[in-house]
Design a protein around this ligand. Structure first.
Ligand SMILES: Cc1ncc(COP(=O)(O)O)c(C=O)c1O
Length: 290
């Protein structure tokens, strides 16, 4: 699906149109995976109402959004989605080095994920075909080794206890950028819906490169020469060779996402940035445009 122009999350109106189109052809959608991109929650109420109407599974890719709030609720994710996936990669709000988690309020799904995590092995007596004793297990499907280590979990627990302060720091950084960059008409700053508190995994800045005299490549080089490492999140998934080849996407298929990609740069956002860093970065972001 294409994205919404202001929140950069999945466009639920376009999703609704597509679901209706599919339903009229007798096609069912099995699942909708929606990303709380950059730390801004999707329109979960609308997604839930579409789920009630069309009956698909709902997944929240929540990797950017721990600490975000939706309708004043920091625990919103698993209340709306059947499954919520998280990443604990070092760039995320809190880390275990590598690893992640699946959250769910669905008991059956939770059980299945736990089984798949450990090679598909189960000791659950309610499903065993027989029971030879306390050592006995069965495999009813093939699983994986997706276990996170105890060492990583120890780090994760201390990191988790600091999550609120990490997110608060990111919000302060975003507030600084909002004020420092607001006046420049070449820039489009990230907006926040009124029922949302952003978690700012990213600060996705749009620059109207199509209207000014510098390319993004040159701008990146200028920033780098000033020791500022910007990034782009993301190269649109649907234009990746795999998705073009297997699903027939082509340039123009999702125009809002494509335009966003042309203009987006993610500027430095991490908890240890201090005021002098932010002054320097904001000044250079503007200076390098000229
Ligand atoms: C939105 C989103 N989903 C999924 C992932 C994948 O996470 P991992 O690499 O921990 O599997 C990432 C990682 O950057 C992400 O940003």
């Amino acid at each position: 699906m294409d994205i919404d122009e202001t929140t950069y999350t999945l466009d639920t109106n376009k999703l609704e149109e597509k679901l209706k189109r599919y339903a009229s052809k007798g096609k069912n959608v099995k699942a909708v995976v929606a990303v709380d991109y950059a730390g801004h929650p999707c329109n979960w109420e609308k997604l839930k109402s579409l789920q009630d109407k069309f009956g698909f599974q709902l997944v929240n890719d929540f990797c950017h959004a721990p600490g975000a709030e939706y309708n004043n609720d920091v625990q919103y994710a698993a209340k709306f989605a059947d499954a919520v996936n998280m990443s604990f990669h070092p760039v995320k709000h809190f880390t275990t080095g590598e690893g992640g988690a699946v959250l769910s309020n669905n008991f059956e799904l939770d059980k299945r994920v736990r089984t798949l995590r450990t090679h598909g092995m189960t000791k659950d007596e309610s499903v065993l075909e027989k029971n030879d004793g306390p050592w006995y297990y069965e495999m009813h499907e093939v699983g994986f080794n997706y276990r996170i280590t105890d060492f990583q979990c120890a780090l994760g627990l201390t990191q988790l206890s600091k999550l609120s302060s990490f997110v608060e720091k990111r919000r302060e950084i975003a507030k600084y950028y909002d004020a420092a960059l607001a006046k420049d008409e070449r820039l489009i700053l990230p907006q926040v819906a009124s029922n949302v508190k952003h978690a700012y995994h990213l600060y996705p800045l749009q620059i109207k490169f199509d209207e000014i005299n510098i390319t993004r490549k040159d701008y990146f080089a200028r920033l780098r020469a000033n020791r500022i490492l910007a990034q782009v999140h993301y190269v649109p998934v649907h234009l990746q060779p795999f998705y073009r080849k297997n699903f027939g996407f082509k340039p123009g298929s999702l125009p809002i996402a494509e335009k966003f990609y042309e203009r987006e740069i993610s500027i430095p956002m991490y908890a240890s940035l201090d005021k002098s860093d932010l002054e320097y970065i904001s000044y250079k972001l503007i200076e390098c445009l000229c």
